[in-house]
Design a protein around this ligand. Structure first.
Ligand code: SAM
Length: 240
């Protein structure tokens, strides 16, 4: 499976904890989730969203999937028996269970603002596989279940092109660009890590950008209807 995070795995937690307020995100999710208990995180990463959700409501039953073995190991260390983890891509998802709510927080896909347009930024590149991923999520949701896709400012945030200090004298810089490859638009994120002015790790992350309109059509094809939008925060889709 395509793991685009191998190079940044050891710095990921330190980096995101400086830039993402996971407790605030989990609090917003908990409000949307309401009385539902069976949850699926699509692209659980190192488990930071789940850790915060369980602080708010220890009775959530959470399953997490991811295509990065190193992140799943971190999630297992962080959450132990409190979570059910699977090394699976959402476009091949098959875990024989139905959930009340599925969500992706900067996971397999996220929404971004690009040149005043809302676009889906997807770790999955081919349209066929993106459609399969939506179909698979629909199959794993109860009737009336919800899919939450959150917004990310990872491509436009204030720290892009600025240097951020992590600990151990490690500094980080991210360079965000877009590229047109065979008529398809991609966000390209270069993560650079320096120690004592020397480049120690570099990782390039590539995400396919799809218009919101195309994404909505694909989600409708999978059986979802757009239910609620909180601009800049999340979109919620209802499974018919
Ligand atoms: C930016 S990280 C976000 C992790 C976590 N949700 C968080 O908020 O910290 C994106 C995650 O999505 C995972 N991912 C990418 N493509 C995926 C796919 N097709 N299926 C499942 N997970 C995927 C990556 O491996 C990575 O762990």
């Amino acid at each position: 499976m395509n793991d685009q995070y191998q190079g940044v795995a050891k710095f990921y937690d330190k980096l995101v904890k400086k830039n993402v307020n996971y407790y605030e995100i989990a609090t917003e999710f908990a409000q949307i989730i309401g009385e539902a208990r069976d949850l699926l995180e699509i692209g659980i990463g190192t488990g930071l969203v789940v850790e915060n959700l369980l602080q708010i409501e220890p009775n959530y039953r959470i399953t997490g999937i991811d295509t990065s073995e190193s992140f799943l190991e971190e999630a297992q260390k962080r959450l132990g028996q409190k979570v059910d983890l699977h090394y699976q891509s959402v476009s091949e998802l098959d875990i024989g269970k139905k959930f009340d709510v599925a969500y992706s927080r900067g996971g397999a896909w996220t929404f971004v603002n690009y040149e005043s347009e809302t676009m889906l930024a997807s770790h999955i590149f081919s349209s066929v596989d993106i459609q399969k991923s939506f179909d698979c999520v629909a199959k794993h949701l109860q009737a009336g279940g919800r899919l939450i896709i959150s917004f990310s400012n990872a491509y436009t945030d204030t720290y892009t092109d600025k240097v951020i200090e992590l600990d151990n004298c490690i500094v980080h810089k991210k360079i965000a660009t877009t590229q047109l490859i065979e008529n398809e638009l991609y966000a390209i994120l270069d993560y650079l890590f320096y120690q004592n002015d020397e480049l120690v790790t570099q990782q390039t992350l590539k995400l396919k950008l799809l218009s919101h309109q195309t994404c909505t059509m694909m989600l409708e094809k999978a059986g979802f209807i757009e239910k609620d939008i909180n601009p800049g925060k999340y979109y919620i889709y209802l499974k018919n």
